[in-house]
Design a protein around this ligand. Sequence first.
Ligand SMILES: Cc1cc2nc3c(=O)[nH]c(=O)nc-3n(C[C@H](O)[C@H](O)[C@H](O)COP(=O)(O)OP(=O)(O)OC[C@H]3O[C@@H](n4cnc5c(N)ncnc54)[C@H](O)[C@@H]3O)c2cc1C
Length: 449
Amino acid sequence: MTTTPDLEGLVATLTDLLGERGVSIDLGTRERASVDGCGLSPILSAKLPLGLADVVAYPTTAEQIAEVVEAAVKHGVSITPRGKGTGNYGQGIPMHGGLVLDTSRARSIVEIGDGYVTADAGAVMAQIENRAWAENQQLLLYPSTAQSTLGGFLSGGSGGTGSIVHGVIVGGPFVKSLDVVHATGGGLIHVEGADAQEYLHNYGTAGIIARATVSLEPLQPWRAFYASFDDFHDAFTALNEISNGITPAPRLVSADLPTLADALPNDEAIIKGKASLRVIVDDAAVAQASDIVAAHGGTVTAVREGAQEVMKLSMISYNHAIEWLQRSHPDTYFHVEVGGAALLERIDEVHTVYPGAMLHAEGQKGRPIGMLAAEYVSEEEMLAGLDRLAALGVTTHNPHQWYVDVRVEETRALKAETDPAGLLNPGKLPAPVEGDVDASNGLMTGGAR
Ligand SMILES: Cc1cc2nc3c(=O)[nH]c(=O)nc-3n(C[C@H](O)[C@H](O)[C@H](O)COP(=O)(O)OP(=O)(O)OC[C@H]3O[C@@H](n4cnc5c(N)ncnc54)[C@H](O)[C@@H]3O)c2cc1C
């Protein structure tokens, strides 16, 4: 392994490995590979560009992903893995340049069996779900960015459709096993159970996921259920009751204030000027959901069947509601991530924390979560608002930063073994002590909030 990056040598090795079409040093290609969905954050957008890849590689199989990593390590070049680049914290930006390892061509669904699917890192979540439906099964979880990759979702995402029942990726039953690649050689390394958990949601900083086996469950007869309310408070109460009180449990429950709902794609079931409630509900629970809507003064506006209708509801949930709001009102709204029972109990106070604040709510067992959209404020005011939300009992997450902020110490310990030279997605894992500067191991400097 060299200590000085040998880019020319790497490009030559990658070209031998992947052919001319599998490697690019074209400026436009490198620029496109060096941004992700962080445009959702005006605070991050103002800091761009944050890094530029020197070279982009496109392996087509899990085995080639391992070979590309091995080549980059041999030439001392840092590696930022990339799926579809929909991560919204800038965690896919190559802060130190080097190689962007684009997995999106390694998209084979290798095997589907009873209760599991094995696929290469670049397989698209929506395609895996479609294949599962064809086998009378369904994914336990998939994100609202259903076009994102399996490897990117496991490394950068949290949850989405299915989280009401199965929780989030980390600590839940979703991931069965992974084939990961370390920056120390050894090809594909198979890990299961708790060992596999160590590689989730840490942005590829301790190992690159080349292939994964995730859980499926029997397909249910899902319906896309829409309702409308005059008052958001009623929609929010109905969201909570449907999330916690119907059987079988729903797969997704989203609610929006009128301004948010009006920004969603035009649909006669989302009535302009009204609060909107949308549920992916089992056919056997449609009557229960309808009763809850009626009890809170709402109106059921549509109940639709079919995979596409169900996917449509997924794709206007979570951060997508914020993305649609920003499209309708350019340069106006940012958001923070919020959760907890206090959202329900103190929603009017929550709405005073930032100017023009409004909640996009997602139902979960026991406590709702959501995205609190509001009119632009400075980074300092955004952080002060997080403190005000915490004082109200609301849990928060700041989506305007790119560092790993869960299980940081565990990831650091793993990385010490799997990536001693700090080549894997450098700049994303906070250094042990605030203000530490340690360019040699790829840890970011400064503290993390
Ligand atoms: C509008 C919008 C809506 C969203 N909704 C959701 C949602 O509902 N649920 C949710 O969880 N997230 C959501 N996200 C965040 C994001 O879409 C997910 O994290 C997504 O699944 C990432 O997949 P990707 O293929 O685009 O990965 P990328 O964005 O390319 O990568 C994500 C991170 O993982 C790393 N990475 C990529 N591939 C690998 C690999 N094979 N091995 C190791 N590391 C890798 C990257 O370096 C990066 O740090 C949303 C984002 C936006 C902009």
